[in-house]
Ligand binder design. Structure first.
Ligand code: NAP
Length: 263
């Protein structure tokens, strides 16, 4: 990362949930490079600190906060901690998420609830905690990270794709409600981005026959996505000049179809 990719977000305060790994990490690094002060929220304190340290090492501003997004109390405390340090956050990226891979009939109610709790309810908590400050500022940018699996469906991922489908409709509805306050709300459904999550799936043989190479061969641009690909779209959505883009699903997927393909 360079010290500053641009100064398009100078003076802004951003919170990135799941910022300690993968796509969240990529978004945190990029928003910081564009000048935002970043609260790196993650369940894993070591990962959150490592990303914040990475940003500070190149001259950016970042602070790690250990947060479980299923806990409204922890989110509220984290948002207050960032506000005390940097001022109110008016950019939120919700990347904290868990994957699930199980035959439909084997999914227990507890497993269903656990995924919905992180992926969908965690998004709800995170947004509700920051929106009052965005309304006060009459400016805000929310980018939710959903999933291409919610656009086309995905076998063995009914719980996961349902939770992400909820994120998409939540995003569209929230955009309609908050537009009058200068707040945009958009979602990026990633399609096969190489992160610790996809690496875990590859190790478990969940990418289907041929593994990673076969997935890349089926991808029109013939490569796996990188967190930086998502971060670039996210950074655009957070800029002032994106103020007329809201309620949108911005697919970043290398041209992969959103019809059902095994991952
Ligand atoms: P990742 O590397 O596993 O990152 C997810 C991060 O979220 C991890 O740091 C994880 O912490 C954190 N997290 C999990 N549960 C949390 C909780 N309850 N509270 C706070 N943080 C929590 O995965 P990724 O691939 O970057 O995924 C990021 C987002 O993109 C997820 O929402 C995922 O569903 C979505 N997505 C990814 C892809 C892809 O191709 N990679 C495709 C579609 C959608 P721990 O490490 O401690 O668990």
């Amino acid at each position: 990362m360079t010290a500053a990719a641009s100064d398009s977000l100078a003076g802004k305060v951003a919170i990135v949930t799941g910022g300690g790994s993968g796509i969240g990490r990529g978004c945190a690094l990029r928003l910081a490079a564009d000048g935002a002060k970043v609260g790196v929220f993650d369940l894993d304190p070591g990962n959150a600190k490592a990303v914040a340290d990475e940003i500070v090492a190149v001259g950016g501003a970042a602070h790690p906060v250990t947060v479980d997004v299923t806990s409204r109390e922890q989110i509220d405390a984290g948002v207050a901690e960032i506000k005390a340090l940097y001022g109110p956050a008016t950019i939120l990226v919700t990347s904290a998420g868990r994957e699930g891979f199980r035959r439909f009939l084997d999914i227990t109610a507890d497993q269903w609830n656990a995924l919905v709790s992180v992926n969908l309810t965690g998004t709800f908590h995170s947004c509700q905690a920051v929106v009052p400050d965005m309304i006060e500022a009459h400016w805000g940018r929310i980018v939710t990270i959903s999933s291409s699996s919610a656009q086309g469906g995905q076998p063995f991922m009914t719980h996961y794709s349902a939770s992400k489908g909820g994120v998409i409709t939540f995003t569209k509805s929230l955009a309609l409600e908050l537009g009058e306050f200068g707040i945009t709300v958009n979602t990026i459904p990633p399609g096969f981005i190489i992160t610790p999550m996809t690496e875990r799936n590859a190790e478990k043989g969940r990418l289907g026959p041929g593994g990673l190479d076969a997935v890349i061969a089926r991808t029109p641009v013939r490569r796996g996505g990188q967190s930086e690909d998502i971060a670039a779209a996210c950074a655009f959505l957070c800029r002032d000049e994106a103020s007329y883009v809201t309620g949108q699903i911005i697919g970043v997927n290398g041209g992969r179809t959103t019809t059902s393909t095994v991952f």
